[in-house]
Write a protein that binds this ligand. Structure first.
Ligand code: HEC
Ligand code: HEC
Ligand code: HEC
Ligand code: HEC
Ligand code: HEC
Ligand code: HEC
Length: 443
């Protein structure tokens, strides 16, 4: 059928040429018929190759799973559209943009203060995360050969560290874990003084007893004023899983990785065969042990194999609770409690329901907290310009916050180890060392 279409097209073309040339005088006699051309190579049959993907067991099914993925239903992509610093991870086009231009994770000095280079262009800061965010070649050849290509599988320089540390997870041979941690990585702490550079984390380790922040700082000028939202952001899994980028205080434990780092990929546990609304392209591991049984035959539920689940998780949970309790000033928590399961994604992980934010007054970013602790107990060192006079006056009457380098590093480690979600399943050894040595540093 296609051949006859082509023929009729060629016939029409010839007719057209004949018409156009018809005013040039009488035509000569027709020449002898030319030789037959060589048959063209058959084109791919579109309908047939479409079915390689568009069938009930592949794209159709995966699209149904994807509806349960926060990549799809999460609201941040819509909310943060237009923001070039959020775009590299929250906007589909922004992600593809930083990959394509190979945007570095460095900070550069621009007229006296530092700028974080890890941003997408304003023209790409949009787009919900979808199939082609990760699969770069869909509808290129229109065959199933378009599926294996990922947008990026390169080693990932860490934005938290201004690119001075790099994660490289190659276990499954296709680099898909690097694809995940390009986005699932912590964000940098930046100095709030005029310098705006990435925080010198090594100084926290080297001089733990120095004052990090105080209204009048005996250790030198403050570089960062703590606030309610002084945090690693949400994607700490990458750093924990890779065993890189925590604040590595010296202590009784050395920093090593569990075997998961060198023997598993994110997809082993997160894209295992479905169980309920977890697995496959939902990307969630919550309540799905189908990925564990390949390596831990007894681990079929949260009760079946305590040495590969509850024993380890309880150990990490206890350390998180202890560290949170130790992070106090005169008995007042430095860390924020938030029992609201909607806004606190880690609500069930610690006894006091910490969310990783700080217990600092902030009527704008933390307006309606709960737990008799509506807006933070400590005085905010940077009152907002939009605050009412009453809010500013209230803030002035609150107790001042004073932090040592050890406390600041321990806060960062608490955030990293809480927000990796799994209570040590990702990388038990590294998580345990960060928390244990943080406790020692606070002693
Ligand atoms: C490599 C696998 C693959 C092949 C082969 C493939 N598609 Fe698709 N197609 C996809 C994916 C993935 C989507 C997006 C599905 C979603 O968003 O849920 C899609 C979406 C579509 C859509 C919906 C509109 C859109 O662009 O999002 C149409 C129409 C479509 N494909 C047509 C075709 C046709 C026609 C062919 C064959 C000529 C074909 N596809 C071959 C993977 C494939
Ligand atoms: C383009 C960046 C990007 C890539 C690549 C990416 N993610 Fe995500 N992921 C996100 C963002 C952003 C969210 C949160 C979306 C929201 O809440 O709006 C998220 C959410 C998730 C969640 C849900 C977390 C929760 O709070 O319930 C899981 C699980 C997840 N991703 C796993 C993965 C895995 C596994 C991979 C690799 C196969 C991956 N992601 C690749 C950006 C990415
Ligand atoms: C380096 C990548 C990265 C950057 C840059 C980034 N985020 Fe995220 N963000 C993530 C990931 C990954 C998650 C989901 C992590 C999870 O749930 O495990 C997330 C989660 C969130 C959530 C929580 C959504 C929920 O499910 O509750 C909000 C809100 C958010 N980000 C806002 C922002 C804003 C605003 C910016 C820019 C100022 C930003 N992010 C920049 C990676 C990033
Ligand atoms: C966050 C990144 C990401 C997104 C978004 C994503 N995929 Fe995938 N996809 C992967 C990874 C990683 C694999 C390889 C899984 C493995 O190795 O076990 C994969 C594998 C596949 C495969 C081949 C293996 C299989 O399970 O059949 C198909 C087909 C596929 N994806 C289709 C889709 C479709 C359709 C969408 C959108 C509805 C989508 N993907 C969205 C990361 C992603
Ligand atoms: C050895 C198995 C395993 C591997 C490998 C693994 N995870 Fe997880 N992950 C888990 C478990 C278990 C949880 C906690 C699930 C729960 O809350 O019950 C989790 C939780 C998460 C969550 C939040 C909760 C959710 O929706 O699942 C994100 C996001 C996440 N992991 C991302 C990743 C990324 C990115 C990688 C690769 C760098 C990775 N994980 C590798 C087992 C794993
Ligand atoms: C590809 C193989 C593989 C997969 C998949 C895997 N693990 Fe493991 N895991 C290991 C190896 C190897 C060890 C070290 C030996 C041992 O303790 O069994 C280990 C150890 C552990 C430990 C002990 C603490 C540690 O890290 O040393 C826990 C807990 C654990 N795994 C939980 C899980 C859970 C939960 C899942 C699924 C969500 C899972 N594993 C999936 C290979 C795997």
């Amino acid at each position: 059928m296609r051949k006859s279409l082509l023929l009729s097209g060629a016939t029409a073309l010839l007719l057209g040429v004949a018409l156009l040339t018809s005013c040039e005088g009488p035509m000569g006699p027709a020449g002898p018929a030319g030789q037959d051309g060589v048959d063209g190579v058959d084109g791919a049959d579109a309908n047939e190759t479409c079915k390689e993907c568009h069938n009930p067991a592949s794209v159709d099914l995966i699209s149904a799973q994807f509806e349960f993925s926060k990549h799809g239903y999460g609201e941040a992509a819509f909310d943060e559209a237009g923001n070039t610093s959020c775009g590299p991870c929250h906007e589909s086009e922004g992600f593809k943009d930083v990959v394509e231009r190979d945007v570095p994770a460095t900070f550069s000095l621009v007229s006296g203060s530092y700028v974080n280079n890890y941003a997408c262009s304003a023209s790409t800061a949009y787009g919900e995360l979808t199939c082609n965010t990760c699969h770069s070649s869909i509808h290129t050849t229109y065959t199933s050969e378009d599926i294996p290509a990922f947008t990026t599988v390169d080693p990932v320089p860490m934005t938290m560290w201004g690119g001075s540390k790099t994660m490289d997870l190659t276990v499954d041979g296709n680099g898909s874990s690097n694809l995940c941690v390009k986005c699932h990585q912590p964000r940098p702490f930046t100095n709030s003084n005029t310098d705006k550079n990435v925080l010198d984390y090594d100084n926290l380790v080297a001089n733990p007893a120095d004052t990090f922040y105080a209204a009048t700082n005996p250790s030198g000028p403050n570089v960062l004023k703590p606030g309610y939202r002084t945090h690693t952001h949400y994607g700490t899994v990458g750093a924990i899983f890779a065993g890189e980028g925590g604040i590595e205080f010296e202590g009784t434990l050395s920093y090593s990785n569990s075997q998961h780092t060198s023997q598993t990929s994110c997809s082993d546990c997160h894209m295992a065969p479905m169980n309920g609304k977890a697995g496959g392209h939902t990307f969630t591991a919550k309540g799905n042990f189908n990925g564990c049984v390949d390596c831990h035959p007894n681990l079929t539920s949260d009760k079946s194999d305590p040495s590969h689940w509850s024993d380890k998780r309880t150990e990490i949970q206890t350390l998180l609770n202890d560290l949170a309790a130790t992070l106090n000033i005169g008995g007042i928590d430095i860390l924020n409690r938030n029992p609201d399961a909607e806004s606190n994604l880690w609500v069930s992980l610690t006894t006091n329901k910490y969310d990783g934010y700080l217990n600092i007054y902030d009527p704008v970013n933390n307006p309606d907290g709960v737990d008799n602790n509506p807006t933070g107990i400590f005085k905010n060192p940077s009152p907002g310009s939009t605050w009412s006079q009453a809010q500013k006056d209230f803030n002035t009457g609150l107790p001042a916050i004073v932090l040592t380098n050890a406390q600041m590093g321990a806060i960062i480690n608490f955030q990293m180890c809480l927000r990796e979600y799994s209570l040590g399943i990702h990388n038990f050894n590294y998580t345990k060392a960060l928390l244990t040595n943080s406790l020692a540093a606070l002693d």
